[in-house]
Structure formats: C-alpha cells, structure tokens
Design a protein around this ligand. Structure first.
Ligand code: BGC
Length: 382
C-alpha cells in the first residue's frame, strides 16, 4: 500500500470514529498532496460520475478513464445512478480504499462536503468535473465549459431556429409573435443557473418587445426547473403546459430546452398531442450534449439544435490537471473569477462549445470522429 493510501485510510478511519474533521485545507493550492512525486503506476484516481442513464456521462467516464490509464494511472470509475447517497458512498469508499486523487462530477453540488473534507485531510486533490462542487473549501480545481456561453448559444439557437435571427446572428426575416416555453435543468446542479441566465439574457430583449411570448407565464427558473434533468419529468411538464395553455388551437412555436434528454421528453409530449405532421410541425426545440439519439432527431428535422461539448477535450483537461497536482504543480487555469462555490472562487479551465443544427452534424461531429455517419443514421453509438 502506498503511503498516500495508508494516510487516506487512516484519515477515513478517523472520520468513521468521529475523530477527524480538521478539514478545510485544500489539498492542491493550500495543502499538501500526499501522493506528490509518486510513480503513476502506484497511484489510483477515483472518478465519480453522476449517472449511466445519460449517454453523455458514460462518454465522459470512459474518456477520463482511458486518458488516465494512458498516463499510467490506475482508475476506480463509478457511476451513481443519479442517487445522492450512492455517490456519497462511492466517494467515501474511494477515499477509504486509498485513492490518490479524485475527479468528481457531482449529482447535487452541495452534497459532498463531508467527503471532500476527508479527502483534504488525507492530502487527496479534488478536481470538480463539469459541475462545480459547492460549499466546500476542499475543491482544488474545476474543469468545465463556459457554461454561461452555453446558455447564450441555446438562446441564440432558439432565435435562429425561429428565424428571428439569421445564421450570422443578425436580425432575420421572421417577426413573430412566437409562442415559446422555457425549460431549465436541475437546480441542485450549479450549471443549471448558468445555462438559464445565458439563455434568458439572450431572449429577454425579444420577450420585452413582444417578438416572443410565453403563454403559460412560467418564466422563472423555479417554474422551469427539471429535477435530475429527467426526461419523464420534462415530458409531464410539457403535457401539463399543453393542457393549461394551448387548448383552443394555440400553437407552440419554440421550446428552450437545456439538455437533449429533456428535449426528447418535450418532443414525445408534443407528438402525443398531434405535433409532427406537415401542417403542424414540431416546434423549434434546442438541446445540449449532442447525444446520439438527439443528433439523429436533428438530422431527421424533428429536434432543431443541440450544443456540442466535446467531452474528449474535457476529459483531457481533467487528466492534465490531476496529473499536475500529483506532480506537485498547479494546473493551468484560464478563469479565476467566475466560479465562486460559496466558500471560495475555484480556479477553472473553461472550454468552448458549438451550436449544432442539421448542417453542422457532418463538419462538427462526424469529421471530428465524435460519431460516425452510420451512428448518426442509426441514432445509436458504438
Ligand atoms: C451538464 C450538461 C448536461 C446536464 C445533464 C450538466 O451539468 O453540464 O452537459 O446536459 O448536466 O446531464
């Protein structure tokens, strides 16, 4: 057992006995990294991913694991089925089993502070993956996309899909008014607020001048939220909106959706109510993650757009940052202002994302080998 593992085990055991919790010191920037300088082969990295239900997180888990393995590390990869206690247990176990660093995509950004304090006490650096871990001093680094800009892109894609803006983002031919509905993600995920704010800031001028109308009147993030980003929950809310606000022939023209799974729930609700025929097309619906099922729907003209976040690049950043800590260095940040987790501003590395309409599938997703043309045609990866 490496000395870092012994330390980790001891710290975790102390926690179990209720003795520990000196906590508070970050392992990377302010504290000591126990495994510093050890050979990668002797080190295990715990990788905690939220769920296997969404294809996006499976791809992330695989990309992070293979990147770490290529760099020589051992990997303990766990998915938590979107269940908070399961994720807490998995991270606890990684620490007791002697993980030397942790890469965590949290389900609930506020639910891991106990685990993180134990990690800090054991000198285990923690990299927050894609979603910011909140309310903890013991988060050493954050790798993610420019989440506010993802929201701006979603708002822009909705406006472009409706024709209010043209391809270049200039005023388009369509004048409206258009009936739209708004969906947000899970409020316990720090990203949900960033996506929402970026989108709303983009749509607001058009809501103010009457180009866009929200017939349900549900315009707050609390009203629009979708717990756990769940497809079925989104489908039920869309069905409720259709019942409450679209009887008597009013049409939905557009829906702001923050994630492809939510988009598919919305599409099912609309199709169940007769949308999808030539004289009653499915509204303009946005998305996120370029999940293969949604990419096919975009190719088929059912979903309008998604946002492509290249998880391979995010995984690379997670690997590089973790490696830096383990080699006794500070990872390179390109943002040290935006991501305040309630206790401190976490140094971050932000990546860029792209809007994908049907015409962008080939250049952005196929030519970069994210998917093959066959996978797009089949709507299934692998
Ligand atoms: C991610 C999105 C994803 C959503 C649902 C967010 O934290 O940033 O890419 O669509 O979770 O899984």
């Amino acid at each position: 057992m490496s000395s870092s593992r012994t330390m980790a085990t001891a710290a975790a055991a102390a926690l179990v006995l209720g003795l520990s919790a000196c906590g508070g010191e970050g392992a990377g920037s302010s504290g000591e990294v126990a495994a510093e300088g050890a050979a990668p082969e002797d080190l295990t990295i715990g990788v905690a991913m939220p769920t296997e239900i969404s294809e996006r997180w499976i791809a992330d888990g695989e990309a992070v694991s293979s990147g770490l393995e290529e760099a020589g590390y051992q990997v303990d990869l766990q998915f938590a089925g979107d269940d908070i206690p399961t994720q807490q247990q998995q991270v606890d176990q990684m620490i007791t089993q002697g993980a030397d660093a942790l890469i965590i995509a949290a389900i609930d950004g506020t639910a891991l502070s106990g685990q993180l304090d134990a990690a800090a006490a054991a000198g285990i650096p923690v990299v927050s993956y894609d979603r910011l871990i909140r309310d903890s001093e013991s988060v050493d680094f954050y790798v993610t996309f420019d989440n506010y800009n993802v929201g701006v892109q979603q708002g822009t894609a909705l406006l472009q899909g409706l024709g209010v803006l043209d391809e270049a983002g200039e005023p388009g031919q369509a004048e409206g008014p258009f009936n739209i509905e708004l969906f947000a993600g899970s409020l316990d995920d720090n990203n949900a607020g960033f996506f929402w704010q970026g989108a709303i800031d983009t749509l607001q001028p058009f809501l103010d001048d009457g180009t866009l109308v929200v017939p349900s009147g549900q315009t707050s993030i609390e009203q629009a939220a979708t717990l756990r980003w769940d497809q079925g929950t989104a489908q039920r809310r869309m069905e409720d909106l259709l019942t409450s606000s679209y009887s008597g022939g009013t049409r939905v023209d557009g829906v702001l959706s923050p994630y492809d799974g939510i988009s598919r729930g919305i599409i099912t609700a609309l199709q169940n109510r007769g949308y999808g025929g030539a004289d009653n097309p499915v509204p303009v619906i946005t998305g996120q993650d370029a999940e293969i099922a949604s990419v096919k729907l975009i190719a088929d003209g059912v979903q309008s757009s998604t946002i492509f976040k290249d998880t391979r690049k995010l995984a690379d950043q997670a690997v590089v940052s973790t490696q830096a800590f383990l080699e006794g260095e500070e990872p390179e940040a390109n943002d040290t202002e935006t991501y305040d987790n309630g206790v401190k501003v976490v140094p971050s590395y932000l990546l860029e994302s792209d809007i994908v309409f049907a015409d962008d599938i080939e250049p952005l997703l196929v030519e970069s080998d994210y998917y093959t043309a066959e996978e797009v045609a089949a709507g299934q990866a692998g």
